[in-house]
Design a protein around this ligand. Sequence first.
Ligand code: CA
Length: 524
Amino acid sequence: MANPTQPSPSRPSSSTAQQPRYIRLNDDDNVAIVANDFGLPAGTTFPCGLKLIDRVPQGHKVALSDIRKDGRIIRYGHVIGTATRAIQRGSWIEESVVKLPDAPSMDSIPLATKVPAPMPLLEGYTFEGFRNPDGSVGTKNLLAISTSVQCVAGTLDYAINLIRRDLLPKYPNVDDVIGLTHAYGCGVAINAPDAKIPIRTLQNIARNPNFGGQAMVVSLGCEKLRPEVLLGTQSASSTDIMTMQDDAYHGFMPMVQSIMKMADSRLQILDRRTRETCPASDLVIGMQCGGSDAFSGVTANPALGFASDLLVRAGATVMFSEVTEVRDAVHLLTPRAATPEVARALIREMAWYDDYLDRGGADRSANTTPGNKKGGLANIMEKTLGSIAKSGTAAISGVLAPGERATTKGLLFAATPASDFVCGTLQLASGMTLQVFTTGRGTPYGLAAAPVLKVATRTELATRWHDLIDFDAGRIATGEATIEENGWELFRLILEVASGRKKVWSDHWGIHNALTLFNPAPIT
Ligand code: CA
């Protein structure tokens, strides 16, 4: 089906870019967003004759026609809410006048009824990656040391500092050594049904293609999460496990030396790896957004959606996520599912999350942040319609439960919370080797385990954060680039970053967020 969220803003010449401008995305829309940096004052008249009654901040909505009380407010061609009072043409539509509609019912929505036809194959695109024995391909060559419990995190950090100082210089083909530390392992209800989520997340992260198959675990010894479970082996005496409570250790430094010795043997293996030319189909790309604004669905997410289509055409695995930013548009996605089974899996994940939020006394309206609202997003419905533009136009070929590893190609929905680091952690477990992250408000977010390519929704942010943002999609709003041009450019940049030829800013500075597990199960 035609993607209702793919906007086609008119393309003014750059000389007109600073005239009063608004962006309307769909002929049915009775609101538009103000495009100009820093907004426009009351009294401003647009070329079409519309006059602003109020000052309207950048990205915020202006009424294009009079809207009666309880009348429908339409953006992206969809109802984003109803008016809590009468709204005059030319008024600023601030969030308090927009009443959130009910989430769409999932009882009778269409399943796989409008499956997009396969898109033409895109051949000949490659990147330089690290191929693994299991066929997967990494974009980095990292030694990652797993942990079975938080208790050992400080010890591992101590050892990693020494590994970086004393061992890593001997192995120039290894990019870095990182600790997979987390808050799980001790005092957890290990047999609770939902404990499978954090457990499989840790199991699958250890297998991430960027780590070259060289898993090792530092454990304490008394924790609930057994290190052998984490490794998926039977034996607690595996040579891949170091246990601090082992009687053999007399004092702290022998423990540190034991970790270093294990690390050294793995670094020798990793150092033999070199980049080789791989087809783009070997990529596993994660997509998410954070600090969204009203431009997210106009510039960065549609550009990423276009790039996602190119990746799918090239045979890659591409994941979109963030359940609460998909839930309100699920009825637009289930028709695109490749099969009714995939559509039902999508509904199953949405329903699980509805229950999860309900148990916690919340609903999906808890998603939108003060920053989202400052950026012009009135509610979760409006945010969602912009968010799903990331998914492009391809058929949805599979659904992953939180932390499941991707085993198929194409566009997948990987169910995760929207929280940036939780989503990032779960996508790493799903096998992501590079993440593309769109942001309107700005965030320094990064991951140690995979490059994070940050895309700004607005040129103003890309300019102000010139050494944190990797790609400017704001040129779509100013008319300097089309979605197609921007999408192609982003696709090519993804290949450059995956090849190690271009470093993302978060890696340049070494700013990396902690792994953050999703644990919906009880803690004892
Ligand atoms: Ca997010």
